[in-house]
Design a protein around this ligand. Sequence first.
Ligand SMILES: C[S@@+](CC[C@H](N)C(=O)[O-])C[C@H]1O[C@@H](n2cnc3c(N)ncnc32)[C@H](O)[C@@H]1O
Length: 371
Amino acid sequence: MKWIASAAFGMEGMTGRDLKHLGMQNVRVMDAGGAEFEGGFEDAFRASLWLRTCDRILLVMDRFEARSYEELFQGVKAIPWETLLPEDAAFPIRAKCVKSQLMSPSDVQKIAKRAMVERLKVAYGADWFDETGVTFQVDVSIRNDEVTVSVDASGEPLSKRGYRTWNGEAPLRETLAAALILQSGWHPWQPLYDPCCGTGTLLIEAAFIALDRAPGLTRRFAMELWPSVDYEKLIVLREEAEARFEKGRQRALNIAGSDINPEAIELAQRHLRQAGLQGRIALSVKDMRDVTLTGEPGVIVANPPYGERLDNLRAAHAVARQLGALQRRCPGWKLCAFSADAGFEREYGRRATRRRRYYNGRIECEYRIFE
Ligand SMILES: C[S@@+](CC[C@H](N)C(=O)[O-])C[C@H]1O[C@@H](n2cnc3c(N)ncnc32)[C@H](O)[C@@H]1O
């Protein structure tokens, strides 16, 4: 079976590399949208459990060209849906159109639905479907007239790990936070500090990496309910991941953070508890101007307010200056800052050693690494 591990702009390569580490077959990083791989249901489940920067795992049902609604209809109808969907399946359709002849997602959705119903009518000898059973979210994506029809194996996006039920002011998506940690060059045996940690996302994702904790360990995935999946085999994979975390959590951890806002720290404490990391990450209420880091140098990661959504630009610039001063106070520490503020380096007082572009929602941001 062919699968897509969908990933946001800038994270496709990391997702492809992680798929290779997991031992997946025929991994190919796509130009946009993520990476492909081949494997069975268990491989897809393992990818869902372990991929840190991937948004969704999609089962590719078919790929074909379509420049007319008739071609789309025939292409969708030719897919053997009955091999995956039971008669009572619910099958909502999501559609996306980019640079193609067919550019109306709502029409694409309607035609694809009609084609699926036609196919299933013949397969099940029925003329009406109540759709009261398990949900199979179908994805029809058309790019440059090439149609990819897939079924979402994840359900909720994989960024929802299950530990964040209370949101702070501008929390980072968990997949993006994991990407920032992976990109920072931090080694899990080094100290890590976030001086404006908010609800703790960067710290928790770093701890998951250090303790060999699968990001999807405590959540469920849509594919677990699919009748053609051998659920017993998935249980074994989840138990393996639990055992790895049991072992990993014995490791020493040198991760800490602070924030000026006491409410954010309270939320971060809750998230730590929900992530099974209570007592493993030191948190305190502190203005970053009062942060001093002693001992073995490590990595400072920060997602400061950047003027677009929080505070105003002047305040964001002040925080950039404070981060520059923090790095000067902590010789040997690397500092990595994720911000949309174009004037960040000027205020910080140095040019970044490396930069990478990402999107936080729709906001274009830069990840700047100051060695
Ligand atoms: C964009 S949010 C960080 C969000 C965080 N990454 C998360 O996932 O929740 C920026 C944080 O910087 C904090 N902050 C602003 N000025 C600060 C200062 N001078 N010292 C410490 N923290 C500060 C804010 O309270 C806010 O929580």
